[in-house]
Design a protein around this ligand. Sequence first.
Ligand code: NAP
Length: 335
Amino acid sequence: MTIENRKWILKERPMGLVKDSDFELVTEVLPKINEGEILLENLYLSFDPTQRGWLNDVPGYLPPVQIGEVIRSGGIGKVIDSNNPEYKTGDLTFGLIGWQTHCLTKPNADDRFRVVPDLLPIPTMLNVMGSTGITAYYGLIELGKPKSGETVLVSGAAGATGSVVVQIAKLKGCNVIGIAGGKEKCDWLKDIGVDDVIDYKNSDVHKELPKVVENGIDIYFDNVGGKILETVLELININARVLLCGGISSGYDATRPADGPNNLFSLIIKRATMQGFLVLDYLPKSEKALEEIATWVMEGKLQHREDIQTGIENCPQTLNRLFTGENKGKQLLKI
Ligand SMILES: NC(=O)c1ccc[n+]([C@@H]2O[C@H](COP(=O)([O-])OP(=O)(O)OC[C@H]3O[C@@H](n4cnc5c(N)ncnc54)[C@H](OP(=O)(O)O)[C@@H]3O)[C@@H](O)[C@H]2O)c1
């Protein structure tokens, strides 16, 4: 039986939001699988802001996608053929499956292809029960060490990662403030228990933030970087923890260098720490996080929402939704 794979390859490096013409959707006939290989029928793709950075020709924690290569992305596929004893037909497998309908690969210890339990809906497995939940859990709990009564501020608060962070912070007894774009997202944050919200698209964060953080900020979980980070540094408390998860407001789209805050001196005055982290370091020890997250989800204490686009031909537009803020929850695409 011949299997045709439709895949998006990189044609030229994008500037700003991506265009269909930066890529090419090509069809190839897949060869028979060799020893050690598996063939996946890709079911859902995960869209993450970091994917946009992988399209730039700059060194990062993974090499840039090269011209002619399939666009790298995480996702879940079903094993439809296996020549590898660790995977059997029918297994649902998570890995960097790429913007394509099928993924023929020889998994090795480094590339983290792993079989996932067929217990929860796949969108949930790619959201709170996947690297999104793990990022939020370890970033906030292990690095932020929230204490009851502390004030936690989260930017990108209505997004996939941010919305898990704000809820875990509430579960830990913190006063939680979220910054997000637009009324719908801010209303949703209130619905899931956030104490105060700031709509950065319709108000001036520099003016509004001091009004809602009268007691200062103990933990800042930063998803956006740029000017908001600079404003926050003026308002941190002694021993504050500033957690750099992402900087989507600057630098991902190759149009200009990332903005940096010009008031880092505030960290000295406030004896504060600022720490970047990558979820990749926490994936091998994610069991504890996933157990606790699963319990919160089952008890109805942790809400999650997924934004599911459909069709392999819609990959480029789906990536852009993360940068226009159109995504309502974890951005996925069902193939
Ligand atoms: N360190 C790690 O290991 C790690 C792992 C996962 C994610 N991250 C980072 O975490 C952040 C959130 O990722 P996610 O996957 O959960 O995506 P997400 O928050 O679900 O989606 C991205 C959101 O970013 C906001 N945004 C876009 N452009 C913006 C801008 N110029 N200024 C402010 N906000 C902007 C939009 O929300 P609004 O509508 O509110 O503007 C958009 O919905 C990203 O920075 C990502 O790189 C880091």
